[in-house]
Design a protein around this ligand. Structure first.
Ligand code: GLP
Length: 260
C-alpha cells in the first residue's frame, strides 16, 4: 500500500485526478472501475478540467461502476448512473455505451450480476479501480461480513451506511436498503487500485484498513493483500495512523523515477 497524505481533499483529489489522467493518456485503451459517493467528486472535477483545458480524451476509455442501488432508475438523481453522468460522463468525450453501471431495475438480479462479471471479463478486466471507503469499512457496497472472495451480487446495506447516505436523499426512509455491488474478489482482480478518503470521519477506518488485521469485519483491510494500491488521503483522515511520519517520509523521498 502506498499512502499519500496531502494537506486537504482539494490537493489530494487533484493529484489523484492527474495520476489517473496520465494513465488514460498512456494507454491505448483502458478499462476503469469507477466509484461514487461524496469523496471522488473533486477527482472527477479534475478529470473534466483536464478534458476541457488540456486535451485529455476519454474516447478509448470504457468503465464499470462498482455498485448501484436496487429500485432506482438511471434518471433518479440519487442513482449512481445519474451521478456518473452528472459528475463525469456528460462532460467528457466518453462513449456512454461503453460505460457500465449495474442495472438496479433488473428483474432478474442474479442474471444481471453474472452478466456484469462476464462483461468485465470480456473487456479484459479492470486496469485501474477507483475506490472510496465507507465509515464501516465497506468498499463498493461490500458491508462488514462480506465474503472476501465475493463476486458481483445483491447486498443489504447496514443501518450505518443508510444513515451516512441519507444526506443525499430527503430522508433516511428514501435510501434503498438493497444494492448490486461488485464483490471483494471482483475488486481485487483490478490490476491497480486508487482509493480516496478524506476528513476526520474516515480517520478510524483508515487506521483499521491500513494497520488492522485482515478481516471481513472491515472489508477494506483486504487491500493489504493487493500488490498495487495507492491511498490518497488528507491530513484529517490520516491523523490516527501509527506510522504517519514514515508514510510522509516515504512520499517525500521517492526516487525521481517513482514520482508522479
Ligand atoms: C458509498 C458507496 C461507496 C463509497 C462509500 C463512501 O455508499 N457505495 O462506493 O465509497 O459509500 O461514501 P462517501 O464518499 O460519500 O463517504
Amino acid at each position: 500500500m502506498e499512502i499519500i497524505v496531502r494537506e486537504n481533499a482539494e490537493i489530494a483529489s487533484k493529484q489523484a485526478g492527474k495520476y489517473i489522467a496520465n494513465k488514460i493518456r498512456h494507454a491505448n485503451d483502458i478499462v476503469l472501475g469507477l466509484a461514487t459517493g461524496g469523496t471522488p467528486v473533486k477527482m472527477y472535477n479534475e478529470l473534466v478540467r483536464q478534458h476541457k483545458e488540456e486535451g485529455l480524451s476519454f474516447a478509448k476509455v470504457s468503465s464499470f461502476n462498482l455498485d448501484e442501488y436496487i429500485g432506482l432508475t438511471g434518471d433518479h438523481d440519487q442513482s449512481y448512473r445519474y451521478f456518473m453522468n452528472d459528475n463525469l460522463f456528460n462532460h467528457v468525450d466518453i462513449d456512454k455505451s461503453k460505460t457500465r453501471v449495474p442495472n438496479g431495475m433488473a428483474e432478474d438480479i442474479p442474471t444481471e450480476c453474472a452478466a456484469y462479471e462476464e462483461d468485465m471479463k470480456n473487456a479484459g478486466g479492470v486496469a485501474l479501480q477507483v475506490l472510496g471507503l465507507g465509515t464501516d469499512g465497506h468498499i463498493g457496497f461490500n458491508e462488514p461480513g462480506s465474503s472476501l472472495a465475493s463476486r458481483t451480487r445483491i447486498k443489504t446495506l447496514t443501518k450505518q451506511t443508510c444513515e451516512d447516505n441519507a444526506r443525499f436523499f430527503n430522508s433516511i426512509a428514501e435510501v434503498p436498503i438493497h444494492c448490486i455491488t461488485m464483490g471483494i474478489g471482483t475488486i481485487m482482480e483490478a490490476e491497480e487500485i486508487v482509493l480516496l478518503a478524506f476528513g476526520e470521519g474516515k480517520a478510524d477506518v483508515i487506521k483499521e484498513m491500513v494497520e488492522g488485521a485482515i478481516s471481513a469485519e472491515c472489508p477494506a483491510t483486504i487491500l493489504q493483500m493487493h500488490p498495487n494500491v495507492k491511498i490518497f488521503i488528507d491530513d484529517a483522515a490520516a491523523a490516527k495512523l501509527t506510522h504517519l511520519e514514515y508514510h510522509k517520509y516515504v512520499y517525500n523521498n521517492k526516487p525521481a523515477w517513482q514520482q508522479f
